[in-house]
Design a binder for this molecule. Structure first.
Ligand SMILES: Cc1ncc(COP(=O)(O)O)c(C=O)c1O
Length: 387
């Protein structure tokens, strides 16, 4: 039987591989999980009651989302992101990952190029390959910040979009407003799209502020903004996000979504209407714990500054450690699980193999597991790197 060569060339997601290693070493503490430690607010459950109250809700609904959720999103975008809809549309998706695939399929043909920042979010790189396009990776700087000049230099006549993620997975970097403005302008002047993934918009620390490129005057015609309830509202399994897109992409995106999804799960959409009623304050309260956990991580890593460099990371819930060793990142991750019962994600997953990088995630943890997990990581790195 024939298997698609294109699919064979797509990298396998690392999370299940690490998950399998964790299962085979019971008692391992995972610093790998990219999810929030909390679930949805009670208002989401009330939303489900509204869903259940109407038997019509068991039928297919609009491909772009139910009006009640679209309305809540529109208000949120205006209030929090400075994005007014004029000339734009919202499409509710089954998460930001689906929004990304929708966007790619709507704006590319096979062989086109998409500019990703290095290190990249692995599902973005995979999606580009699945769409039969080529990921052109532009390195970020030593602090994992954007390099607009290098991005401009990477654009060819096959480039269709530049992708930015801020706050960033896997680095935790929050991009400077001035750099995002510059990238958005580079896209406008080259007649290409700026795809802005803002799944972690609420997760910023130490005074860092999130900026939405979609709020820039004149950005509406070439900016595709992706949002998600997965992290902010503890909604990862509910599969709700949305895209904000130029009017002219509304029809192509609906064709794609109609074919793949027909409509976003309506029960989850009603839960989302409820969650958004609780609003940003819900996440703000939860972040107090996450902020403390982040501090535990940073303090522990401070103690091994001779072994790892931790560039500034004021967002999301990730730190991407630059480890001072020639050992390959997957091998190091394997040993950390096998010998020290602590799991991290190897940098190779994010397309960086020049040095040894490890991603640690602090969003899913409580204080005791965070302290114990970091103590194992520090002990493991000390032993392995100073032998
Ligand atoms: C940058 C980024 N975008 C999108 C997603 C996936 O979001 P969703 O659950 O909304 O598909 C993740 C999840 O880790 C992510 O890190």
């Amino acid at each position: 039987m024939y298997d698609s060569l294109r699919m064979q060339s797509v990298q396998s997601p690392i999370i299940p591989v690490v998950g399998e290693l964790i299962r085979s070493h019971p008692g391992t503490i995972s610093l790998g999980q990219g999810v929030a430690y909390y679930g949805p607010p009670p208002e989401a459950v009330e939303g489900i009651q509204r869903f259940l109250a109407d038997p019509e809700n068991h039928k297919y609904k609009l491909v772009q989302g139910i009006p009640e959720l679209l309305e809540a999103i529109e208000q949120k975008l205006e209030r929090e992101n400075g994005i007014a809809l004029a000339g734009r549309r919202i499409v509710v998706t089954a998460g930001a990952n689906m929004g990304f695939v929708n966007a790619l399929l709507a704006i590319t043909d096979p062989g086109d190029e998409i500019v990703l920042q290095l290190p990249y979010y692995f599902n973005h790189e995979m999606a580009v390959a699945i769409a039969d396009c080529r990921a052109v990776c532009v390195p970020t700087d030593d602090e994992y910040q954007l390099q607009p000049e290098a991005i401009a230099a990477a654009i060819t006549d096959r480039t269709r979009a530049v992708v930015t993620i801020s706050p960033n997975n896997p680095t935790g970097a929050v991009y400077r407003e001035s750099d995002l403005r510059q990238v958005n302008e580079i896209c406008r002047s080259n007649g290409i799209y700026h795809i802005s993934d803002e799944a972690y918009e609420y997760f910023t620390y130490d005074g860092a502020e999130h900026f939405s490129p979609g709020s820039i005057a004149g950005a509406g015609g070439h900016t595709i903004s992706l949002f998600s309830l997965s992290k902010a509202y503890g909604f990862a399994s509910w599969r709700i996000g949305w895209m904000v897109l130029p009017e002219h992409l509304y029809m192509p995106v609906r064709k794609i979504q109609d074919t793949i999804l027909i409509c976003p799960p309506v029960i989850s959409q009603w839960a989302a209407v409820g969650a958004m009623k609780a609003g940003r304050q819900y996440c703000r309260d939860k972040l107090k714990t996450t902020r403390d956990i982040r501090r535990i991580f940073l303090d522990a890593l401070d103690g091994i500054a001779d072994l790892v460099t931790v560039p500034r990371a004021e967002g999301a819930f990730y730190l991407l450690l630059r480890v001072h060793t020639n050992v390959e990142s997957m091998e190091l991750a394997r040993q950390l699980i096998g010998q020290y019962k602590v799991a991290v994600i190897p940098g190779m997953t994010f397309g960086i193999e020049d040095k040894c990088y490890l991603r640690v995630a602090y969003g899913a943890l409580q204080k005791d597991t965070a302290t114990e997990g970091m103590s194992r990581l520090v002990k493991g790195l000390k032993h392995m790197l100073t032998l």
